[in-house]
Design a protein around this ligand. Structure first.
Ligand code: COA
Length: 338
């Protein structure tokens, strides 16, 4: 099995200040704090009032660059994973370049919904592996509030806004970095989780607006069933093919869509709950940002140690899903944030 020498050399995140709590949602739709917490694990989420996905992404990238002590002009590539681009074109990544001054980077977006970060991380690692590029920003960023119908209780309770970034560089250290990955797609899942308005199939019109086709649609029950199986199976697969048991995995970094899905995944991996990164309670589902947001928070708190094994696992629209095995390669920060 091929191992790459790309490693995560820095992390950073940006979360808007405004909080939308379950109590706030109780005043907007027919729901309750108890229902939301027991069914999803979410207590609150953050909302960006002014600005767009590129602002979340640029904030996250600036934080990552500061943590690395790197100037934006050193970056070779910026990849932004998102389903809420500022606009169809130009890419959000180009806007992030402009906002951060990364004038030497070439930039593109990647669309894989909630698996966007995991896909983008693998793509970024291949550029390093190929030997031509040395400094790559991989960002997961979504302003989900821009595609949510806040009169629809099935979906509006689930999502929040955030951006989080990692920087990939080559490492000389054997066995450190992005060790292995397994990615899957199944386009037959597209009817269960989508946003059908605004694209070439249904260009924007009064009708698409009236029919609420510019909002996210999810058949929660249908997605739940396959997400539980998909995320648990791929996490188990990545452990098996790297001869790891639950004891060898230090952290599961799961996509934060639903606490019950995360619990099922940890159970399948025979992992103690103390080894699972969970922040869905504070941020909800921030789509492409969930996984790097967890990593960034845990690193800032000094909880990830050099040499530890992380399994990143995701499931999202498409369907898309996958897992990445990472051997952590950087020291804890000098200043620990509680
Ligand atoms: N507050 C109160 N009741 C609600 C509600 C809310 N916010 N949303 C739905 N309900 C009701 C439903 O109308 C339904 O009522 P009914 O039985 O009278 O029809 C009942 O609660 C149960 O709804 P259901 O959809 O079966 O709930 P659930 O336990 O499946 O939870 C999700 C819903 C969305 C939380 C869950 O299905 C889920 O997490 N799905 C997968 C999400 C995911 O992984 N997405 C992929 C990545 S984005």
């Amino acid at each position: 099995m091929a191992t790459t020498h790309a490693y995560i050399s820095a992390v950073g995140h940006y979360v808007p200040e405004k909080v939308l709590s379950n109590a706030d949602l109780e005043k907007m739709v027919n729901t309750s704090d108890e229902w939301i917490r027991s069914r999803t694990g979410i207590s609150e989420r953050h909302i960006l009032d002014n600005g767009a996905t590129s602002d979340l992404a640029a904030g996250a990238l600036k934080a990552a660059l500061a943590n690395r002590g790197m100037d934006a002009s050193e970056l070779d590539i910026i990849i932004v994973a998102t389903v809420t681009p500022d606009m169809f074109f130009p890419s959000t990544a180009c806007l992030v370049q402009q906002k951060t001054g990364a004038k030497n980077a070439f930039c593109f977006d990647l669309s894989a919904a909630c698996s966007g970060f995991v896909y983008a991380l693998v793509v970024g690692a291949q550029f390093i592996d190929g030997g031509r590029y040395k400094k790559i920003a991989v960002i997961g960023s979504d302003k989900m509030s821009s595609i949510i119908d806040y009169t629809e209780r099935n979906t509006c309770i689930l999502f929040g806004d955030a951006g989080a970034a990692v920087i990939l560089e080559p490492t000389g250290e054997e066995g450190v970095g992005i060790i292995d990955h397994r990615l899957y797609s199944d386009g037959s899942g597209s009817k269960f989780l989508n946003m059908t308005g605004g694209g070439s199939l249904n260009p924007p019109s009064h009708e698409t607006v009236d029919k609420k086709m510019h909002y996210i649609f999810q058949d929660g029950k249908a997605v739940f069933k396959v997400a539980v199986i998909g995320m648990a199976d791929v996490s188990y697969e990545i452990m098996q093919r790297n001869n790891l048991t639950g004891n060898d995995v230090d952290w599961l970094v799961p996509h934060q869509a639903n606490l019950r899905i995360i619990d099922a995944c940890a159970e399948r991996m025979e992992l103690d709950k103390s080894k699972v990164m969970i922040n869905i309670d504070r941020f909800g589902n921030t789509t492409a940002a969930t996984i790097p947001l967890c990593i960034s928070e845990w690193w800032q708190k000094g909880k990830i140690k050099k040499g530890q094994n992380l399994v990143l696992a995701s499931f999202g629209a498409g369907y898309t899903w996958g897992a990445v095995l990472v051997k952590w390669g950087i020291e804890a920060p000098k200043e620990i944030k509680s």
